[in-house]
Write a protein that binds this ligand. Structure first.
Ligand code: GAR
Length: 214
């Protein structure tokens, strides 16, 4: 039984999608804890209502990144995770932290990496005139929004999109690819070869949105 710890900073809708898939499909895994760096983050209440263990490590209560990460690491290690997930966790992590969890640390980012790392991805994709946008699940390496790609989903950008509409369309596919990536990880279906992620049975590591104009 694999132990999953999820780090959030806000709404936690990706965390919810993962917990729901895990429970509904009876994965050989369980969410051991949900930890937020923001006191009162919306996702914490949902996790508590599910009976999940939750904790808060407030970055503002720490003098610097090193002491914050030491406290965060201690809280994570209490749950001895096999897999640590960043799910809308909006703090930059040091190389030391990332290396400690190397190979078992995943992130979701709302763009087709390596395009648009960092913030305001949808605004920047619209400003660039992109015709497709999307999301990426990747193993985390010390470079921000960088690392071996597990899965990507692409969605169309419509001429009348604004940031909020595009964000909604991308979020809908995030809720499909993050649970898929975690499902593969906990069932040992992923292989890291030469810095690239391959699915054991060559399952498609992409998803193209084919719905209506949602
Ligand atoms: C998601 O869109 C996620 O991709 C993004 O924050 C949102 C969190 O939503 N993450 C990043 O921008 C990380 N660089 P959620 O809290 O509802 O899952």
């Amino acid at each position: 039984m694999k132990r999953i710890v999820i780090l959030i900073s806000g709404r936690g809708s990706n965390m919810q999608a993962i917990q729901q898939a895990c429970r509904a499909e009876g994965w050989n895994a369980g969410v051991a804890a949900v930890i937020s760096n923001v006191p009162g983050a919306e996702g914490l209440a949902w996790a508590q209502a599910q009976g999940l263990s939750t904790a808060t490590v407030d970055h503002r209560a720490h003098a610097d990144r090193a002491t914050f990460e030491a406290a965060l690491t201690a809280q994570i290690e209490r749950h001895a995770p096999d897999l640590l997930l960043l799910a809308g966790f909006m703090r930059i992590l040091t190389a030391g932290f990332v290396e400690r969890f190397a190979g078992r640390l995943l992130n979701i980012h709302p763009s087709l990496l390596p395009a648009f790392g960092g913030l305001h991805t949808h605004r920047r994709a619209l400003e660039a005139g992109c015709k497709v946008a999307g999301a990426t699940v990747h193993f985390v390496t010390p470079a921000l929004d960088h690392g071996p790609i597990v899965l990507q989903a692409a969605v169309p950008v419509h001429g009348d999109d604004d940031e909020a509409r595009l964000a909604r369309r991308v979020l809908a596919v995030e809720h499909r690819i993050y649970p898929q990536a975690v499902r593969w990880f906990v069932h040992d279906e992923l292989r890291l070869e030469g810095g690239q992620v391959r699915h054991r049975d060559a399952a498609p590591q992409w998803l193209f949105y084919t719905g209506d104009r949602a």
